[in-house]
Design a protein around this ligand. Structure first.
Ligand code: AMP
Ligand code: TRP
Length: 334
């Protein structure tokens, strides 16, 4: 445990877990858990950067935790917890906020996109959210952060803040590296293949949840937006819809792009969409079975996340105390 490198990652409980989350993040976490010292967090404080219904959010938090386990993450091997159960995240976030510039926050792509949607009243949390993410990561001396490609810019900020703090005070934080796998790092919306598949999308046909029933999955793929030349060819510029389906199929079956193009050379979109749907159904079926099972054992989950928060707090509080001291906050002993 001691000499292993450390990993931290999290998902927001802001909707159902999509196959984008699974193929882009969760699946790689599962592979990494044997070789790294892993922290997997349900980042509930991030979810409230946009408006939530309290009862629904509370339910989604538990369900997301159960989905972590259902996807194969072992709560005994990893530290698995809720972000809000470890107050050091919020505290470090403030300390880092005071070392962050407005300019570097307002140029974040995700902020620009989300604030457009929010309309007139853009929440301050939406702007400062990447600082909280940096705090999540830096609290645990994280070496590696496995995320989808959309999080690269946020990770860059975490690195900048770590380096800035280390230079301004003294070496404190490990500077984290992103870990972005090639296959499945950016799954696109089924209705608009130019934007990423997102669990908070208003159109339910745009995303596939890992808990969707087989017939729902098949229907969503049948309706997926494509071009009309009926050729199954990977071409991100001219054929983004089909390219996305090829990538999903590749991520689920392990087949490479050339092989897939060859296999479907004489087939049409209808056949291909069916094959992609079936590959996804097969991938998520075992997760769904596990999920049902775990959701029935609340006592087990409670035990896991309580122990998880205790373990996380131990490391997090040590880092936080160091940062407070270095920044010159009032000592508890004179
Ligand atoms: P979020 O749903 O924004 O909390 O994202 C949780 C994790 O899933 C992050 O590592 C994201 O980079 C990853 N992720 C989210 N959406 C996608 C997507 N469409 N394709 C690939 N990875 C994704
Ligand atoms: N911001 C990430 C997302 O929306 C979720 C997240 C929050 C995260 N804190 C993190 C991911 C720390 C990795 C590490 O996808």
């Amino acid at each position: 445990m001691e000499d292993k490198k450390t990993i931290f990652s999290g998902i927001q409980p802001s909707g159902c877990v999509t196959i984008g989350n699974y193929l882009g993040a969760l699946r790689s976490w599962k592979e990494l858990q044997n070789d790294y010292n892993c922290y997997f967090c349900v980042v509930d404080l991030h979810a409230i950067t946009v408006k939530q219904t309290p009862q629904e959010l509370r339910k989604r938090c538990v369900e997301l935790y159960a989905q972590y386990i259902a996807c194969g993450l072992d709560p005994e091997k990893n530290v698995m917890f809720f972000q809000s159960h470890v107050p050091a995240h919020s505290e470090l976030s403030w300390l880092l906020t005071c070392n962050t510039y407005m300019g570097e926050m307002s140029r974040m792509t995700q902020f620009k996109e989300k604030s457009k949607k929010a309309g007139a009243n853009v929440g301050l949390g939406l702007l400062s959210y990447p600082v909280l993410m940096a705090a999540d990561i830096l609290l645990y001396n994280t070496d590696l952060v496995p995320v989808g490609a959309d999080q690269k810019q946020h990770l860059e900020l975490a690195r900048d803040l770590a380096i800035r703090f280390n230079n301004a005070y003294s070496p404190t934080f490990t500077v984290p590296e992103p870990y972005i796998q090639k296959n499945g790092a950016r799954i696109m919306s089924l209705q608009d293949p130019l934007s990423k598949m997102s669990k908070s999308s208003e159109n339910v046909n745009a995303f596939v949840s890992i808990l969707n029933e087989p017939d729902v999955v098949m229907k969503k793929f049948a309706r997926a937006v494509t071009d009309s030349d009926n050729q199954i060819r990977h071409d991100i510029v001219n054929k983004p819809g089909i390219t996305n389906l090829i990538e999903i199929y590749s991520a689920c079956t392990g087949k490479n792009i050339e092989q897939i193009e060859k296999d479907f050379e004489f087939k049409g979109y209808g056949d291909f969409k069916k094959a992609v749907g079936e590959a996804v159904v097969e991938t998520i079926k075992p997760i769904q079975d596990n999920f049902k099972h775990i959701m029935q054992d609340k006592a087990y989950m409670e035990k896991c996340f309580t122990i998880g928060a205790e373990k996380a707090s131990y490391t997090a509080n040590k880092t936080l105390a160091k940062v407070q001291r270095k920044m010159g906050l009032a000592s508890k002993k004179l």
